[in-house]
Design a protein around this ligand. Sequence first.
Ligand SMILES: NC(=O)c1ccc[n+]([C@@H]2O[C@H](COP(=O)([O-])OP(=O)(O)OC[C@H]3O[C@@H](n4cnc5c(N)ncnc54)[C@H](OP(=O)(O)O)[C@@H]3O)[C@@H](O)[C@H]2O)c1
Length: 334
Amino acid sequence: MVPDSFSCYLVHKTDNDRIESAVAQRPIRDLPPGNVLIQVAYSSLNFKDAMAAQGHPGIVKRFPHVPGIDAAGTVIASESSAFNVGDRVIATGHELGVERWGGWAEYVRVPAAWVVPLPESMALEESMVLGTAGFTAAQTVASLIHHGITPDSGELMVTGATGGVGSIVIQILAKLGYQVVALTGKQHRHQWLKRLGAARVLGRDALADKGGRPLLSAQYAGAIDTVGGKPLATLIKSIKYRGCVACCGVVAGTDLPLTVYPFILRGVTLDGIDSAWCPDYLRVSHWHRLANEWRIQPPQDFAARVSLDEVGKMAERMLAGQITGRIVVRPVGD
Ligand SMILES: NC(=O)c1ccc[n+]([C@@H]2O[C@H](COP(=O)([O-])OP(=O)(O)OC[C@H]3O[C@@H](n4cnc5c(N)ncnc54)[C@H](OP(=O)(O)O)[C@@H]3O)[C@@H](O)[C@H]2O)c1
């Protein structure tokens, strides 16, 4: 049954332009238009959500706002022939949690085109342990495979290794037989990263090149970069002939101080990954892989579960680079 109102984590701007947030009760009619109404069982905390929770102007266009770029739950009303009441589904990306209210709420209403069926062998909670981070991880791994990088090609570097995307990438790549070199700023997490499947773990200094040479010693067959900026530039200069870097993130910066030499002398490919507008047919196939041949079995301490009351604090910790693994958001009490 469709309720009259619902709980959500609401971010708003005060009259003197201060950003405040709190768990609030809103009438269901406040949800944006859409032909599928989903009762959210789980959402998650992604870097974009952490920024949205602070009302970042690059993410939040209108206040009040509900963050949450992903959600998994059960359809409770549908005007679409693609989904029936009772279907278990996942919604990620598009405008969810950015242009329109997202998954940090008991309900989301979205266009059917944004929804994919939950893979049969996957539980709702598992889908948000992965969430947008896992979906993005799948895209990056698919990119390296598409560009011909095999386990025999050589070592792959993964940056931002303890973060959501990085830590899932490591587990998928290790499962597929790749040798992963994990790059992390967290000295105390080296063993944890090895438990996830990293063959070697390096500190961030390994990509802190200050020499400015256009090419560095060719060390990695490929890489998955979640941080951007100068570390990404150093990484691209360190890729072997015909290697590939799939990049998705910006936590270390948006500038890319590079020459064209890695591309024209070593044939390196830089593949940009976008999860928000990934075409539907790929969306379904990536989720299928995550539920089957790329299914990971994370350790118990990989994901923490938080309520709407707790997620704001976690978002602050994420922006301070203090989170390890994944944070699952449970909008309803058990
Ligand atoms: N393109 C897309 O569609 C897409 C989708 C999902 C995410 N993203 C982006 O990918 C990035 C990672 O997302 P996430 O969800 O994995 O975030 P996350 O969980 O916060 O992980 C980011 C990791 O980067 C490392 N890091 C943090 N600050 C850093 C700095 N200043 N320099 C170098 N490394 C730093 C930290 O790992 P260590 O401590 O282990 O180094 C941190 O755990 C974000 O920029 C996010 O916006 C993009």
